[in-house]
Design a protein around this ligand. Structure first.
Ligand code: AMP
Length: 214
């Protein structure tokens, strides 16, 4: 099954995509994670993307389409994939259609995770992850059981995304409205959209995603 998780920054796409990867053995294609890897490895793309990401803006379509086209070429995508963070513009959605058609693949479902955007700033600004195993935490909603040690691996170093500041989140929400929301009607017209309540507790959202996938 090939799907897209669509939703505002902080709506929980990454969390649910990881669960789909673990439970349904789908390949998680997260363009945000790919870009952060490019930044860590100090590649030419990473250097171009860093300032744009920290300003809360979108990386140009041409670069993103190239990045995802290379990923979709890889063999593991054939087992089924969950796109998390792509497409974010109509041009990207159209390019994705062309890419999939060329590879004889099709999109089965687009799950729109609906959230109260006023709550997103608090959700995003408080989040941090274990530097060793990547487990996710939150200052207010999900602290490690023992302060300063990861529940899952005992790691004691944690990281925060440089674009998870209140100011950048506001810009990211603006970009979502202006550039990403129009693709909801693009997929509505294709009959692919199912909308779910992304404000429910995480396990309940997982259940709703499952139902939406049928
Ligand atoms: P995310 O981890 O999905 O929140 O993405 C973090 C940032 O990476 C975004 O705010 C954008 O600056 C950039 N980014 C990720 N995916 C895309 C995309 N499909 N198109 C443009 N920019 C993207």
């Amino acid at each position: 099954m090939n799907i897209i998780l669509l939703g505002a920054p902080g709506s929980g796409k990454g969390t649910q995509a990881k669960r789909l990867e673990a439970v349904r053995n789908m390949a998680q294609l997260s363009t945000g994670d790919m870009l952060r890897q490019e930044i860590t490895s100090d590649s030419a793309l990473g250097r171009k993307a860093k300032g744009i990401i920290d300003a809360g803006e979108l990386v140009p379509d041409g670069l993103m389409i190239e990045l995802i086209a290379a990923r979709i070429d890889q063999e593991d995508v054939r087992k089924g994939f969950v796109l998390d963070g792509f497409p974010r513009t109509t041009a990207q959605a159209e390019a994705l259609d062309r890419m999939l058609q060329k590879k004889d693949l099709k999109l089965d479902r687009v799950v729109e995770m609906k959230v109260d955007e006023n709550a997103m700033i608090e959700r995003i600004v408080g989040r941090f992850t274990c530097a060793k195993c990547g487990a996710g935490y939150h200052d207010k909603f999900h602290r490690p059981a023992t302060d300063n040690a990861c529940d899952q691996c005992g790691g004691t170093e944690f990281t925060r995304r440089t674009d998870d500041t209140a100011e950048t989140v506001r810009a990211r929400l603006r970009a979502y409205h202006e550039q990403t929301v129009p693709i909801v009607s693009y997929y509505l017209n294709k009959g692919l959209i199912k909308s779910i309540d992304g404000m429910a507790p995480i396990d309940e959202v997982t259940h709703l995603v499952d139902e939406a996938l049928g």
